[in-house]
Design a protein around this ligand. Structure first.
Ligand SMILES: Cc1ncc(COP(=O)(O)O)c(C=O)c1O
Length: 398
């Protein structure tokens, strides 16, 4: 893991907000730049050299994504703007027509807004019923209770692989097996896991998987929806226009292209696709085992040292990802974040878009330090040193 690959680190920032978005290595920025400087063309529209080059690269990245998540076919990979758009496409393009009033969807209270709000809207539109799988005392998902919640009305389980506040890693294999046994759709929000852990959609019986490139060293505005081929075939696009139709006539007859192109209306984020492909290469060159071990080393150090400081409450000591969620007792989380910023330490504060988690952890706002491959033990110790000076919080923020 070479910090020199990330020129932004030269600014001296200690960046612990990787759950929000990650830094981009030089190779990703260069890949994006090369597309704009050297061979700009639209995808699937031209018959000249640059256009054919772009077509090839655009489809090669689909194959890289397929290998990354072990999908069966390239056609199961749809480019989207990111996790949020991917989940919305499934909920409104597929489930809005497949589910009916009274059908039950199982979520958890630690899901991100993008895996709760679309379901709330679907509940409003067609009367589905949302049920929440209980959390354990440590706020991780209690997957032992899932089967007890399933009845003949249960149709879908939709969960994050890794949650963005507690950072618990869900057992996709176990939940996927339950979905297979009970013939349920299994939707996985992989936003917080895709750049950190190996995901295997076939092994875990995942029906749909959503993720964003910007949380895995790639550009913003690009992500993926994976769907099993037969499910994508039945799913409707939410956007119609150029590039996704085979023909349309004045008499209103039309035919859409096949999966996945029917979901990619209009000019796509081609530079983003190319950058995402380079980010995947970069991550695979390092390897998920190494990335995970590094993050856990940093998390364990942070927990060990933060526990020595009086007044620090940690909410997720045990979870197996590089996320540490904490508060200084009686200090508003945003005040802590502003204080840490004085030391060039970037953490996230607030509810982290997981707005119903407060029902479980009993508090609305927390600080989150989320580690990634370029963070170091020295940086963790700088966070610890700053938090030891917590008596100065109010001097610093006023
Ligand atoms: C668990 C989880 N799901 C979904 C999202 C939404 O991702 P995006 O904003 O890239 O669509 C996030 C972003 O923080 C997240 O952490």
């Amino acid at each position: 893991m070479n910090r020199d690959d990330f020129p932004i680190l030269n600014s001296g920032v200690i960046y612990f907000d990787n759950g929000a978005t990650t830094f981009k290595p030089k190779c990703v920025v260069e890949a994006v730049k090369a597309y704009y400087e050297d061979y700009t063309a639209n995808a699937h529209r031209g018959d000249y050299d640059n256009s054919l080059r772009v077509d090839k690269m655009y489809e090669e990245v689909r194959n890289k994504v397929r290998n990354l998540i072990n999908a069966e076919k390239d056609e199961e990979i749809v480019y989207t703007k990111g996790t949020t758009e991917s989940i919305n496409m499934v909920v409104f393009g597929y489930l809005a027509k497949k589910l009916k009033k009274g059908d039950e969807v199982l979520l958890s209270k630690s899901e991100h807004a993008s895996n709760v709000l679309p379901w709330i809207i679907l509940q409003e539109k067609i009367g589905i019923v949302i049920k929440y799988i209980p959390l354990r005392e440590d706020f991780s998902l209690n997957d032992d209770l899932i089967e007890d919640m399933i009845n003949e009305k249960t149709k879908v389980i939709s969960l994050a692989h890794v949650t963005n506040v507690i950072g618990d890693v869900r057992n996709l294999q176990k939940i996927g097996d339950i979905c297979k046994k009970h013939n349920l759709l299994f939707i996985v929000d992989a936003a917080q896991s895709i750049g950190h852990l190996k995901v295997d959609v076939q092994e875990c019986n995942v029906s749909f998987l959503a993720f964003s490139a910007h949380k895995m060293l790639g550009p913003t505005g690009i992500g993926v929806l994976y769907g099993k081929y037969d499910l994508l075939k039945e799913m409707d696009p939410l956007t119609y226009g150029g590039g996704m139709n085979a023909f349309f006539e004045a008499d209103c007859s039309y035919e859409l292209k096949d999966v996945p192109w029917k979901f990619e209306a209009g000019t796509q984020n081609i530079a983003g696709v190319i950058g995402m492909g380079r980010a995947i290469d970069y991550i695979l060159e390092i390897g998920f085992d190494k990335i995970h071990q590094h993050e856990m080393k940093l998390k364990n150090l942070a927990i060990q040292e933060l526990k020595k400081i009086p007044n620090i409450k940690i909410y997720n000591e045990k979870t197996e990802s590089g996320i540490v969620t904490f508060n200084i007792d009686k200090v508003f989380s945003q005040d802590t974040a502003v204080f840490l910023n004085r030391f060039k330490i970037a953490v996230r504060s607030g509810n982290h878009c997981a707005k119903i988690l407060k029902d479980e952890i009993g508090i609305t706002n927390t600080c989150r330090a989320s580690f990634y491959l370029y963070n170091t033990e020295e940086e963790v110790m700088a966070l610890v040193a700053a938090l030891k000076r917590q008596d100065e919080v109010y001097d610093h923020i006023i």
